[in-house]
Design a protein around this ligand. Structure first.
Ligand SMILES: *[C@@H]1O[C@H](CO)[C@@H](O)[C@H](O)[C@H]1NC(C)=O
Ligand SMILES: *[C@@H]1O[C@H](CO)[C@@H](O)[C@H](O)[C@H]1NC(C)=O
Ligand SMILES: *[C@@H]1O[C@H](CO)[C@@H](O)[C@H](O)[C@H]1NC(C)=O
Ligand SMILES: *[C@@H]1O[C@H](CO)[C@@H](O)[C@H](O)[C@H]1NC(C)=O
Ligand SMILES: *[C@@H]1O[C@H](CO)[C@@H](O)[C@H](O)[C@H]1NC(C)=O
Ligand SMILES: *[C@@H]1O[C@H](CO)[C@@H](O)[C@H](O)[C@H]1NC(C)=O
Ligand SMILES: *[C@@H]1O[C@H](CO)[C@@H](O)[C@H](O)[C@H]1NC(C)=O
Length: 426
C-alpha cells in the first residue's frame, strides 16, 4: 500500500526539465521540455523487459522516439536511474551500481556541478552548472532521427563520423544495419544510406542548395537543409534547419526507408517524402552501364552502344552484372593513331540523355563548363560528362553505376560513343 502510494507520488512529481547531481531521473519520472514539445524518460518498446532512456514528442501518437541513450545495453532492473555521476557525466548504472550501461563520457575539468537539460527542440544537453557551457549534447550523437537543429556528417581531421543508425527492428533500438551519412572522401558531398558496408541509396552530389539525385528536392527545400563545410576544421555537416515550426524530422527506418515526416492531421506524423520509392532508387539496381527507369518494364536497359553482360541472366531479370560495350571506342582501338594523340578525336562523339540521375564516382574538373565536352573528348579514359549547375564540369571514367532516368528533373548526361553508333538506331 505504502509503496504503491510512493510510486504514484513519484509519478506526479515529473514536471521538470533537468537532471542534477542531487536530482536524478527515476524510471517513473519524465523530463518535459520547457515549451512542452518533448519528453525524456525510460521506455520499454512493445512492453519488452528491456528498458531504454529515450526522447519522444510529447503530443504525437503513436509515440515516436527521436533519440535513445543506451542503445547497446538496455536497463533490466527497476532500480537504475539516470544520474549525474561524481565526474559530472550523465550515466546509467545497472542495479549493482557497478556496470556502466551508458555514459556521456566526456572529460569535464570543472569541478562545478553539471546539469542536464531537455531543450524544447529535442536536444538533451549537459552543461556546466555555473558557466552554462555545453559539455555534451544528444544532437552530436543522433540515433535514427534528425531533428531541426541537428546534423550528420564527417570530421576528416578527427575521423569522427556523425551518422543516423537505424534500429535493429521496429521494437529493438539496438543499432541495426542501415546507416545514413555523408561520404567522407567526396567533394562536393553526397549522402548515402549504407546497408552494412554496401551502398543502398545515394542522394547525388550537393549542388549548394539541393542533392542532384533527388528530383523532389526542389529549391523550396533550400532553406530547410544546408551543408556547412569548414576546410580548416575539416568538417562537413548536413543540417536540418529549424525554419518551419510544424513538426518535421528525417528518419531512417529499420528496413532502410529514409523519410521526412511532417505533422499530419491532429497529433500524428505523416511521411511526406520517402526513398526507396521504387526499385530504381536502390543503389546499382541495373549494374554497371545499366539505366533504371521505374516506368518501364523491365525497369533496366543498357546504355546505347552497350549490351547485357549475360543475355541469359538479363532476360531473367538478374541485372547485377550489368552491360558491356558492344564495340570499343575508336580511341581505345587505335591508341597510337594521330587522331587519338592529337586534340580533336573526330571519330568519337556524345550521346545526350535527359532527366538523369548521373552515375556515381564522378570527378570534378576545374575548368570553364564550356570546355567540359572538349576536355572529355581529348581524354580517352573519359567515358561521359555532365555540366551541373552549381557544381560545374563532371567527368566519369571506369564503370558507370547507379544511373536512373527520372520522369522529371535530373541532369543532362553526355555519353561518349563512336559516331557510327550514335547515328545508328540500336
Ligand atoms: C508486440 O508484441 C506482441 C506480443 O509479444 C506481438 O504480438 C506484436 O507483434 C508486437 N508488435 C510489433 C509491432 O512487433
Ligand atoms: C569512455 O571513453 C573512453 C575513451 O574514449 C573509452 O575507452 C571508454 O570505454 C568509454 N566508456 C564508456 C562507458 O563508454
Ligand atoms: C567553478 O565555480 C567557481 C565559482 O563558484 C568559479 O570561480 C570557477 O571558475 C568554476 N570553475 C570552472 C572550472 O568553471
Ligand atoms: C511549413 O510546413 C507546413 C507543413 O509541411 C507547410 O504547409 C507550410 O507551408 C510550411 N511553411 C513554410 C513557410 O514553408
Ligand atoms: C545473379 O547473377 C549473379 C552473377 O552471375 C549471381 O551471383 C547471382 O546469384 C544471381 N542472382 C540470382 C537471384 O539469381
Ligand atoms: C602504341 O605505342 C606503344 C609505344 O610506342 C607501343 O608499345 C604499343 O604496342 C602501341 N600500341 C598499338 C596498339 O599499336
Ligand atoms: C585523362 O583523365 C584521367 C582521369 O580523369 C586523368 O588522370 C588524366 O590526367 C587525363 N589525361 C589528360 C591527358 O588530361
Amino acid at each position: 500500500m505504502i509503496s504503491l502510494f510512493l510510486l504514484l507520488f513519484q509519478g506526479c512529481i515529473a514536471a521538470n526539465n533537468n537532471i542534477t547531481p542531487s536530482n536524478p531521473l527515476s524510471q517513473e519520472q519524465v523530463l518535459t521540455s520547457s515549451g512542452q514539445s518533448f519528453e525524456l524518460g525510460f521506455f520499454q518498446p512493445n512492453n519488452s523487459v528491456d528498458k531504454y532512456v529515450g526522447i519522444w514528442y510529447k503530443d504525437i501518437t503513436p509515440r515516436r522516439y527521436v533519440w535513445v541513450a543506451n542503445r547497446q545495453k538496455p536497463v533490466t532492473d527497476s532500480l537504475t536511474s539516470l544520474t549525474v555521476g561524481t565526474d559530472g557525466n550523465l550515466q546509467l548504472l545497472d542495479g549493482s551500481n557497478k556496470v556502466t550501461l551508458w555514459s556521456t563520457n566526456v572529460s569535464i575539468s570543472s569541478s562545478n556541478n553539471t546539469i542536464a537539460e531537455l531543450l524544447d527542440n529535442g536536444n538533451f544537453a549537459l552543461k556546466d552548472g555555473l558557466t552554462g557551457q555545453n559539455l555534451w549534447q544528444s544532437f552530436d550523437h543522433p540515433s535514427d532521427t534528425l531533428l531541426p537543429g541537428g546534423s550528420f556528417g564527417v570530421n576528416s581531421k578527427t575521423g569522427e563520423r556523425r551518422v543516423l543508425t537505424s534500429w535493429r527492428s521496429e521494437n529493438d533500438p539496438s543499432p541495426g544495419s542501415f546507416v545514413l551519412g555523408l561520404n567522407p572522401d567526396q567533394s562536393p558531398p553526397q549522402a548515402y544510406v549504407w546497408k552494412g558496408s554496401v551502398p543502398y541509396w545515394r542522394s547525388g552530389l550537393w549542388d549548394k542548395t539541393t542533392f542532384i539525385g533527388i528530383p523532389d528536392m526542389d529549391s523550396s527545400y533550400s532553406s530547410v537543409f544546408e551543408i556547412k563545410a569548414d576546410k580548416e576544421q575539416g568538417t562537413v555537416y548536413f543540417y536540418a534547419n529549424p525554419y518551419n515550426q510544424s513538426v518535421f524530422n528525417v528518419f531512417l527506418s529499420s528496413v532502410g526507408y529514409l523519410q521526412t515526416n511532417v505533422r499530419g492531421g491532429g497529433d500524428s506524423l505523416t511521411v511526406n517524402w520517402e526513398v526507396p520509392s521504387n526499385p530504381c532508387d536502390i543503389y546499382g539496381t541495373c549494374g554497371p552501364f545499366g539505366v533504371c527507369k521505374a516506368s518501364e518494364s523491365p525497369i533496366c536497359s543498357c546504355l546505347k552502344g552497350f549490351e547485357p553482360y549475360s543475355d541469359e541472366e538479363w532476360s531473367k531479370g538478374n541485372w547485377t552484372r550489368g552491360c558491356v560495350r558492344r564495340n570499343e571506342l575508336l580511341c581505345e582501338a587505335n591508341p597510337n593513331s594521330s587522331a587519338t594523340k592529337n586534340r580533336g578525336n573526330v571519330d568519337d562523339g556524345f550521346w545526350k540523355m535527359d532527366r538523369m540521375k548521373v552515375p556515381d564516382y564522378s570527378e570534378i574538373i576545374d575548368i570553364d563548363s564550356s570546355q567540359c565536352q572538349q576536355w572529355c573528348l581529348n581524354n580517352c579514359s573519359c567515358m561521359a560528362y555532365a555540366v551541373v549547375y552549381g557544381i560545374g564540369c563532371l567527368v566519369w571514367r571506369g564503370n558507370l553505376t547507379d544511373m536512373q532516368e527520372f520522369s522529371f528533373g535530373g541532369q543532362e548526361f553526355f555519353l561518349r560513343l563512336t559516331l557510327c553508333i550514335i547515328s545508328s538506331n540500336t
